[in-house]
Design a protein around this ligand. Sequence first.
Ligand code: ACO
Length: 329
Amino acid sequence: MSEMRKVQRSVVEGVGARLPEKRVTNADLEKIVDTTDEWIVQRTGIRERRIAGPGETTSVLATGAAQDALAKAGRSAADVDLIVVATSTPDYTFPSTATQVQAALGITRGAAFDVQAVCSGFVYAIAIADKFIASGSHDCALVIGAETFSRILDWQDRTTCVLFGDGAGAIVLARGEGEGKISDRGVLTTHLRSDGRHREKLFVDGGPSTTGTVGHLRMSGRDVFRHAVGMVTDVMTDAFAATGTSAQDLAWFVPHQANERIIDASAEKLGIAPEKIVKTVHTHGNTSAASIPLALSVACGDGRIKRGDLVMLEAMGGGFTWGSALVRW
Ligand code: ACO
């Protein structure tokens, strides 16, 4: 009988985070560029962000988040056979940040690699790790979003430098068994999209194969905004359709934290109640691939997200890339 068929699920066992020490408020930014706290709060909801110091590289933050997630899961590094780090700001062009995390954790087995999908990176990384675990090839993954966007910002460009922050978040995703039903714990469905025609709306103007430099982030914010709500609500609608669920079934909505107005408009379009939205954009800014696991860490830490809750994750970012993941906690 098909209802009795056991299926491999990848289950979230623990969530962790690591933020840089240095807190930078909007008032601090008023001293650097021609901006105001009022403009930033009204347009984005951001009040402060963390900025990494010289020693706080992406791999250092990622390792801290991974250690926290392992501790929360009650797991040791020896259990891990897959590390996927979502980042667009790696320590080096190569080797990958994931292999540096692997070495820092003392892991010598399994596979470690980076995923580059800008702000959608964490959703891409979950989708990849879920498929590895569901296939039976791997048992226990660290899925990490880690960024130091402050290193690629043009600190003279007020239209971008006020929007971003640094940090890392991680989850332990491990094999569990389900019955193929939406009541199963674990990742229930993922939906990834990309469309490279939108490159010029959000990009970095340097790289190893073009300028031989790291480059700076460039963004046409208004153009990104115009596409964002439609794209993220499309992939959430796909997730609902694939599972026969609806906005009413969600316990929590944990979106990419780019801008409060995009978050609110997306929730409203799908009928997700405001009290179900987890928002950390006011204290973290846009931390790109780190924003979802950082938000998860806050909402798991304060007891909002509990075992059995249905949680919708979504993100949209440079490329464009966008995606959703529907997870039973
Ligand atoms: N302080 C004060 N004024 C500013 C600032 C600032 N920091 N930045 C821009 N302005 C000015 C502009 O110069 C412009 O002035 P003008 O009218 O005299 O020309 C005015 O404010 C309005 O600028 P807009 O860009 O039209 O402002 P908008 O309301 O669109 O808000 C924002 C800008 C916040 C960037 C918004 O467009 C947005 O959030 N877009 C989405 C960005 C986003 O989410 N990016 C992340 C995507 S994920 C990833 O992959 C990185």
